[in-house]
Write a protein that binds this ligand. Structure first.
Ligand SMILES: *Cc1c(COP(=O)(O)O)cnc(C)c1O
Length: 426
């Protein structure tokens, strides 16, 4: 058996394997359409009988090469790119849920996903139960219903920095005959590969560390290929019975381990169109080429900053799973022994106004609605990203009202600490 390339090599070389005479670098195929010699050639593509391109809403060679790299990084069977992380989580869920379906979801997730599932999907008839992910397995099992179709959680929650016990969630999902979907945005496959711990589907906001330079919004869905849809055929008729919009084709029969991604592309992307652009996929790929170099630097900088903050007398608390003594340290060591990510959550002694004043005094650390890129930045979720949540919902999402989310970049850590120091001194 050929030796599998390691993560670092996949970051640089994965996805695009040019044949003799082709461009060394993945080309930007900036074309909406593709030309065929005969009407019959194109008809076969529409029937999904042969592989090929006809319209970039469905598939594009640049996007496919980058998706293939992400699939390889996560150790999955197939992947697709989408226009944003929001679109990735939406498609991952509605590919197997419809009105009347039920979702079990960790409550400590990104605010945007919390709204998507808790408000918007509810309007479409998908029921969601948010659960405290730290509860014991027996208690979590009570959230399941006969209509449950998936379980969802984040490896590292944004912004609470909770670490999910992926094996526990995989056991729960599988004992109820449903797949586990993991949003692996913050850990990235450099630090954690959820499929190795039992996750069936992995999603990403590639906008964050994968792109890494804050240039392009994007999302990805990776399918492990491991979930046996046929064994739960009555739960997933969309995958296991003929699709009338594709001349009676049955995805599991025609595509086997690639059924999920093929359906999400051929049906959801065709109908809803949240597609990635070839140009942005190209930029994402440049980011991926250095992901394995940037993540360790994010992690070592963040660990230094987190321990400095913990020792600072103006700081009330620090949550960083990489810190010894952190509530999630043991889980972090199990699932992410090489490091978690660059995001540190902390609170200051004093009022909410003191926190805002501290942020306004920062010099090169900027206040932006972004996280997880090369530049250190800071945000107050209760006033910014999570503004629309009540205090109770904030607590449920693991977000203290005084939480400051510091996304530690890859600059020189001494300069980051100097900037924090002058701003804390006031
Ligand atoms: C940012 C983020 C999203 C949403 O991604 P966009 O690319 O902004 O749409 C989803 N999940 C997590 C964990 C995120 O951090």
């Amino acid at each position: 058996m050929e030796k599998k390339p390691s993560i670092g090599t996949l970051c640089v070389q994965g996805g695009w394997q040019p044949r003799s005479g082709q461009p060394r670098i993945v080309p930007i195929v900036q074309s909406t359409t593709f030309k065929y010699d005969t009407s019959e050639d194109m008809a076969r593509l529409f029937d999904l009988e042969t592989e090929g391109y006809f319209y970039s809403r469905l598939q594009n060679p640049t996007c496919d090469a980058v998706a293939a790299k992400i699939a390889a990084l996560e150790g999955g069977e197939a992947a697709m790119l989408l226009s944003s992380g929001q679109a990735a989580n939406l498609y991952a869920v509605i590919n197997i849920c419809e009105a009347g379906s039920h979702l079990v979801c960790s409550s400590t997730i990104y605010g945007g996903t919390f709204n998507l599932f808790g408000v918007t999907l509810r309007k479409f008839g998908v029921e969601v139960t948010f659960v405290n992910p730290d509860l014991p397995e027996e208690e979590l099992a009570r959230a399941f219903r006969p209509t449950t179709r998936a379980v969802f959680g984040e490896t590292l929650s944004n912004p609470g920095m909770n670490v999910l016990d992926i094996e526990k969630f995989a056991r729960l999902a599988h004992s109820h005959g449903v797949p586990l979907i993991i949003d692996n945005t913050f850990a990235t496959p450099v630090n954690c590969r959820p499929i190795e711990w039992g996750a069936d589907l992995v999603t990403h906001s590639t906008t964050k560390y994968m792109d890494g330079h804050a240039t392009s919004l994007g999302g990805a869905i990776v399918d492990s290929g491991n979930f046996d849809w046929e064994a739960q055929a009555d739960k997933y008729p969309g995958l296991t019975t003929p699709d009338a919009s594709y001349h009676g084709l049955t995805y599991t029969k025609a595509f086997g381990r690639r059924a999920f991604i093929t359906k999400a592309t051929a049906q959801l992307m065709r109908d809803m169109g949240a597609c990635q652009s070839p140009m942005n996929a190209f930029l994402l790929n440049l980011g991926l080429e250095t992901l394995h170099l940037r993540m360790p630097r994010h992690c070592s900088n963040a660990l230094r900053v987190a321990s400095w903050l913990r020792d600072n007398e103006s700081v009330a608390w620090v949550d960083y799973p990489g810190l010894e003594g952190d509530k999630y340290h043991d889980l972090a060591m199990k699932y992410m022994p090489g490091g978690t990510c660059g995001v540190v959550a902390f609170g200051l002694k004093g009022s909410r106004e003191d926190a805002i004043a501290f942020m306004d005094r920062l010099k090169f650390i900027s206040i932006v609605t972004h996280v997880a890129d090369a530049r250190t930045c800071v945000l107050h979720p209760a006033s910014h990203t999570h503004r629309q949540l009540s205090d109770e919902q904030l607590r449920e999402a693991g977000v203290a009202p005084d939480l400051i989310r510091l996304s530690v970049g890859i600059e020189d850590v001494r300069d980051i600490i100097d900037d924090l120091d002058q701003a804390l001194r006031g």
